[in-house]
Design a protein around this ligand. Structure first.
Ligand SMILES: Cc1ncc(COP(=O)(O)O)c(C=O)c1O
Length: 455
């Protein structure tokens, strides 16, 4: 086994194709439904907002989809990303486990998000689209898409959840540097935004509302398409570069993953890491795959497996997923990127079939683990990523108890350099642990649309 800290692949080893898990899922995915008719969505339903190439990727049964060379050329700015053995963390914990983290924080915007932003910008540009509209919560996705659009000489319009727009001015500046046009959502630019403002002029917004605004913007402008940063099949597909590289890097380290942990907002970094390992697990290899979410937005651990809308206004197709209800308003915990009422249908399918085990944490223990990580490994994790770090630490401590020398791999989805106010709150004891009350979840679940799951 190697004694390296960083396990580095050369540019030539950047994957040439993305891995498509759809043909290898334990059960075929249920089709998304048109919200107006309740019938399975057709390509024509999606054409007003997505290019054909991405619509085809959404339903493709090909196991491998070639990464266009223009996309690979941009990936090479930061990819392959390092897999790092967290030896100092191992020592601090006194664990016999081998801990690895795949550092997606080395991309220019600081997270895994450009893995799909670059691909989506490329396919839209190729289809003759020059403007992409999107939403962003904490600003990671908006900055990734602004970055990608800039490199393809496209324009990017970002609907940023108002509370983050006010609390995270530097992410907004980052988007402005890459020429993104950023609006605090809800806005008066769309029917969806105006309807919310009429009911509540003080609304601080939510991801669901911002999605409704961006989809409406794209659907009502011929030159504009919509880009989503998580949840959809093609997004998880593009993210599989993470897991594909990790597999090669573990081989190089002469090691094999016993446990993989990651954080889940909509499921894209987690999916990107674990999907290339799914077939190993379903064909008998002993790998534990753990998805971590916040207790304040416990989609996988407390949600229902039902058809639901992806947005608040009910404009997006209905997807079969674990959901807390599209009207669910998550509390303002700092991990803004983990505040989504649903999750990727692919990931939900894997949870439903026991391939992935979900787990939820409150934020103080999460930040405690993140600070330990920063004090040993030096790198400061994003609050979202810190959930994965807490999972890594807990699994390492279990190994300390049992004496097992397991290899535990964590997806380090992004750095926290723009989230220092959250660390300030933690260090000053101002963070509150919040478990979303059961009655609020039950209330939001009452608004679920009624469609059979067994279509
Ligand atoms: C650093 C980071 N990690 C994780 C997430 C969660 O998203 P996903 O589950 O799609 O990876 C986000 C979302 O914004 C993020 O910024």
């Amino acid at each position: 086994m190697t004694d390296s800290y960083k396990i580095i692949l050369g540019e030539k080893e950047l994957p040439e194709a993305w891995y498509n898990v759809l043909p290898d899922l334990p059960e075929p995915l249920a089709p998304p439904l048109n919200p107006a008719t309740g019938q399975p969505v057709t390509p024509d339903d999606l054409r007003p907002i997505f290019p054909d190439s991405l619509i085809m990727q959404e339903v493709s049964q090909e196991s491998w989809i070639e990464i266009p060379s223009a996309v690979r050329d941009i990936y090479k700015i930061w990819r392959p990303s390092p897999l790092v053995r967290a030896r100092r963390l191992e020592k601090a914990l006194g664990t016999p486990a081998r801990l690895y983290y795949k550092n997606e924080g080395v991309s220019p915007p600081g997270s895994h998000k450009p893995n799909t932003a670059v691909a989506q910008a490329y396919y839209n540009k190729k289809a003759g689209i020059n403007n992409l509209a999107t939403e962003t919560g904490a600003g990671q996705w908006g900055s990734a898409l602004s970055f990608a659009c800039k490199l393809f000489d496209m324009h990017c319009t970002v609907y940023m959840v108002k509370i983050s727009y006010e609390q995270k001015p530097y992410r907004r500046v980052l988007m402005h540097i890459w020429d993104g046009e950023v609006y605090p959502s809800p806005t008066d630019r769309t029917n969806a935004g105006r309807a919310i403002l009429e009911k509540n002029p003080e609304s601080m917004g939510s991801l669901g509302i911002a999605i409704s605004e961006a989809v409406e913007d794209a659907a009502t402008h011929d030159d504009t398409n919509y880009a989503l940063g998580s949840v959809l099949n093609h997004v998880l597909l593009h993210q599989t570069v993470i897991g594909l590289e990790t597999k090669k890097q573990l081989e190089l380290a002469e090691d094999r993953a016993d446990i993989i942990v990651g954080c889940v907002g909509g499921g894209s970094n987690f999916g990107g890491m674990i999907l290339p390992f799914v077939k190993d697990k379903t064909s008998g290899q002993d790998i534990e795959i753990i998805a971590i979410e916040p207790k304040s937005c416990p989609t996988l651990t407390k949600g229902l497996y039902e058809y639901d809308y992806g947005d608040t206004a009910g404009m997006t197709p209905l997807m079969l997923m674990y959901t807390l209800g599209h009207t669910f308003e998550p509390p303002g915990i700092h991990a803004g990127g983990l505040r989504y009422h649903g999750d990727a249908p692919i990931l939900c399918n894997l949870v439903k079939h026991g391939v992935v085990s979900p787990r939820a944490y409150t934020q103080n223990p999460v930040f405690e683990a993140a600070v330990l990580f920063a004090r040993t490994e030096g790198v400061i994790p994003a609050p979202e990523t810190s959930h994965a770090i807490k999972g890594l630490v807990d699994e390492a401590l279990k190994c300390k108890e049992t004496g097992e020398e397991k290899a535990i791999v964590c997806c380090f989805s992004g750095h926290g350099h723009f989230d220092l106010s959250a660390y300030d709150d933690y260090l000053e004891g101002r963070l509150q642990d919040y478990e979303y009350p059961e009655d609020k979840i039950q209330e939001a679940l009452k608004d679920l649309p009624k469609f059979p799951t067994g279509l």
